[in-house]
Design a protein around this ligand. Structure first.
Ligand SMILES: NC(=O)c1ccc[n+]([C@@H]2O[C@H](COP(=O)([O-])OP(=O)(O)OC[C@H]3O[C@@H](n4cnc5c(N)ncnc54)[C@H](O)[C@@H]3O)[C@@H](O)[C@H]2O)c1
Length: 289
C-alpha cells in the first residue's frame, strides 16, 4: 500500500519483466513513474543486464525466468523478450495463473497465438500485447498487399525495411469528402491532419481522445486500469487478429491467391482524453483500485 500522486492509498499492481533489451528502456521509464504498478522482479538470459536494471529499481529482485514465472510477488508478466520466446513465456506465465502483457508480435505463428489465447481463457487470466506490429523474424523485407475489410473499405499496405524514407504519412485515410493524414503510431500522439475536398491544405485536428503523453507501456497500464470482466483495449484477441493478417498476407503472396482471414476482433472503445497525471495513478476507469 502506498500514497498515489493524487493523494489516496493504492495497492500497486506487481510486475515481473522478462527481457531487458532495447525496448525495455521506454517501458521502464513509463512504469517506474506510475503509481499503478511496482516492478518486483526482472529476468534476462543475460544476468548482468538484469542486475544492472535491478540496481536502478529498489523494488525489483533479479530472478531466473522460471523463478519470475512462479513468483508470488508477480501479478503480471511483462514479456519484452525476442519474438521466438513470446509463446513459451506467455504459456509459462499463464500456467502459473499470471496475467501477461507482451511486446509485439503476440507469437511467431497464428497457431502459437491461438494456443496462448486458449490457455488464458481456460485459466481466466488476461493477455495483452502491444498492438503496433511488423512482420516478425526471418521474412521478406518488403511486403505489399491489399486488405478488404468487413465494411468493404480497402487498405493498401506497404511495409519495408528496404526503403530509406517516404514523403507520405505512415497512415492515410482517403474518402470522397476528405483525406486524413495520421502521424506515426510508434510515437503514440503524433498529430493528425484533415484536408476536406474543397480545402487547399491540411489542417491539424485537436485530439479528442487518448492517453496524453502516452508511450511504450501505456497498453499495459490500460490493461491494469480496465474494469474486471471488461476486455482491455490492447487485448490478446486483437493481437491474434493482427498475427492472422500478417500470416495471411504472406500466404496470399506465396500461394498467389486471395486468403480469407479467420479471426475477428472488436474495435476497442476509444480512450477518453486522459491527462498523464491521471493514467499514472492506480485508478480503474471510473473507480479507484
Ligand atoms: N527494438 C525496437 O525498436 C522495438 C520496438 C518496439 C517493439 N519491439 C519488440 O520488443 C521485443 C524485444 O525487442 P528488443 O529490440 O528489445 O530486443 P533485444 O534483443 O534488444 O532484447 C531482448 C532481450 O530479451 C532477452 N531474452 C531473449 N529471450 C529470453 C528468454 N527466453 N528469457 C529471458 N530473457 C530473454 C535477451 O537476452 C535480451 O536482453 C520484440 O518482441 C520486438 O518486436 C522492439
Amino acid at each position: 500500500m502506498g500514497q498515489s500522486r493524487t493523494g489516496g492509498d493504492v495497492t500497486p499492481h506487481r510486475l515481473g519483466i522478462a527481457g531487458l533489451g532495447v525496448t525495455s528502456a521506454a517501458y521502464l521509464q513509463t512504469l517506474a513513474a506510475s503509481d499503478a504498478v511496482v516492478i518486483t522482479a526482472v529476468a534476462d538470459l543475460d544476468a548482468a543486464r538484469a542486475r544492472s536494471v535491478a540496481d536502478g529499481l529498489p523494488s525489483a529482485r533479479v530472478m531466473t525466468l522460471a523463478e519470475l514465472l512462479a513468483a508470488d510477488e508477480v501479478d503480471t508478466v511483462l514479456n519484452l523478450t525476442t519474438p521466438a520466446s513470446h509463446a513459451e513465456i506467455a504459456l509459462g506465465a499463464i500456467a502459473q495463473g499470471k496475467q501477461v502483457y507482451g511486446e509485439k508480435p503476440l507469437a511467431v505463428t497464428l497457431a502459437e497465438g491461438r494456443s496462448i489465447l486458449a490457455a488464458a481463457t481456460h485459466a481466466g487470466v488476461r493477455v495483452g500485447s502491444a498492438p503496433d506490429t511488423c512482420i516478425p523474424v526471418l521474412v521478406d523485407t518488403h511486403v505489399t498487399g491489399v486488405l478488404e475489410h468487413d465494411s468493404g473499405a480497402l487498405s493498401t499496405i506497404t511495409m519495408s525495411f528496404d526503403a530509406a524514407a517516404t514523403v507520405r504519412s505512415p497512415l492515410e485515410v482517403y474518402g470522397t469528402e476528405g483525406t486524413l493524414a495520421v502521424g506515426d503510431p510508434d510515437t503514440f500522439d503524433a498529430p493528425t491532419g484533415l484536408r476536406r475536398a474543397n480545402d487547399g491544405s491540411f489542417h491539424p485536428l485537436d485530439p479528442l481522445a487518448g492517453y496524453v503523453d502516452g508511450t511504450r507501456g501505456i497498453g499495459l497500464v490500460d490493461q491494469i486500469r480496465a474494469p474486471r470482466r471488461t476486455a482491455a483495449r490492447a487485448n490478446g484477441g486483437l493481437a491474434l487478429h493482427v498475427l492472422d493478417v500478417m500470416e495471411s498476407l504472406q500466404r496470399a503472396a506465396s500461394e498467389g491467391r486471395r486468403v480469407d482471414i479467420t479471426t475477428a476482433a472488436d474495435r476497442p472503445a476509444s480512450v477518453p482524453l486522459t491527462p498523464r497525471a491521471e493514467w499514472l495513478g492506480a485508478v480503474h476507469e471510473g473507480r479507484r483500485v
